[in-house]
Design a protein around this ligand. Structure first.
Ligand SMILES: Nc1ncnc2c1ncn2[C@@H]1O[C@H](COP(=O)(O)OP(=O)(O)O)[C@@H](O)[C@H]1O
Ligand SMILES: [Mg+2]
Length: 271
């Protein structure tokens, strides 16, 4: 079997809370979209932050995070800075607060470019790439939009700007932690559909983290159900819906709004 893009066997604890993740095993293949679903406090964000090594320094981490066959836990902080944003990108919860309110959108896109590329490339290459990404995200790709401040765009637009920033350097893996929970249902489906198109366009793998099974089931190839730091069930999305084995997964499926019977994941329009 080929080595997956990412494979973890990871334990994480915080002071006074030793077992937040317990030898958690998760593999993500090239170009695969995996959904990590679990209720609040189950350890989802801990995993999402642990992979790019962004956990608080008090966290105790052991095990392995194999990315392209190499253990990220053995990399220096300097090497991790090269990997973050370029190889592995993260889209955090809360679009409004993740953008700098005092900087124009254009300046913030430029800063993301500059983190891994030279300033001089911006005019020849970066700017056009940023514009193309704005178009992919169905945002205005004109000067007027770049001159706006975050307070002058909608939350849905802000979330899409964040996604555009995350994929500027064509990362192999995008980790999106509750990327749409601040959005209404329609916008949520739109943003998820657009993120899926990133995979089709760039071949990026995606890890979608959410407490909302309904939101991720529409876009994910595979689901991993997390409960109290352990994955209780994992498999192709359709199989999980057709025959969930673990009682916890069954309860999550039953709790999905608007579901009449088990066996049919709800679908959003994929443009
Ligand atoms: N920085 C931290 N310090 C101490 N405990 C934390 C910290 N971050 C999260 N926790 C605890 O770890 C557990 C898992 O949290 P988290 O990973 O944020 O779960 P989720 O994203 O699924 O809601 C919770 O009990 C939470 O209180
Ligand atoms: Mg969380």
């Amino acid at each position: 079997m080929p080595e997956p893009l990412l494979r973890t066997r990871l334990s994480v604890g915080y002071p006074g809370k030793p077992d937040v993740l317990q030898e958690l095993e998760l593999a993500i293949g090239e170009g695969e979209i995996v959904g990590l679903v679990g209720q609040s406090g189950s350890g989802k964000s801990t995993l999402g932050l642990a992979i790019p090594r962004l956990l608080v320094t008090t966290a105790q981490v052991s095990g392995e995070i194999r990315y392209r066959g190499e253990n990220l836990l053995k990399r220096s902080e300097r090497e991790m800075r090269r990997i973050r944003g370029k190889e592995i990108a993260v889209v955090f919860q809360g679009a409004a607060s993740a953008l700098n309110p005092a900087r124009r959108l254009g300046a913030q896109l430029w800063e993301v470019w500059r983190a891994h590329r030279s300033r001089s490339d911006w005019n020849t290459e970066g700017r056009e790439q940023a514009m193309a990404l704005l178009r992919t995200m169905q945002l205005p790709d004109d000067e007027a939009f770049l001159r706006r401040y975050p307070s002058e765009i909608s939350i849905g637009q802000a979330q899409r700007v964040l996604v555009a920033m995350a994929v500027m350097h064509r990362p192999a893996l995008v980790i999106a932690d509750e990327p749409t929970s601040a959005l209404d249902m329609v916008t949520q489906a739109e943003v998820l559909g657009l993120m899926r198109s990133l995979r089709d366009q760039f071949g990026s793998s995606l890890l979608f983290i959410s407490h909302d099974l309904a939101a991720v089931s529409a876009v994910c190839d595979r689901l991993a159900i997390l409960r109290e730091g352990q994955i209780v069930e994992m498999g192709p999305t359709a199989e999980i819906f057709a025959g969930a084995r673990h009682p916890y997964t069954k309860a999550l499926i039953r709790a999905m709004p608007g579901r009449t019977h088990v066996g049919e994941p709800c679908r959003v329009d994929q443009r």
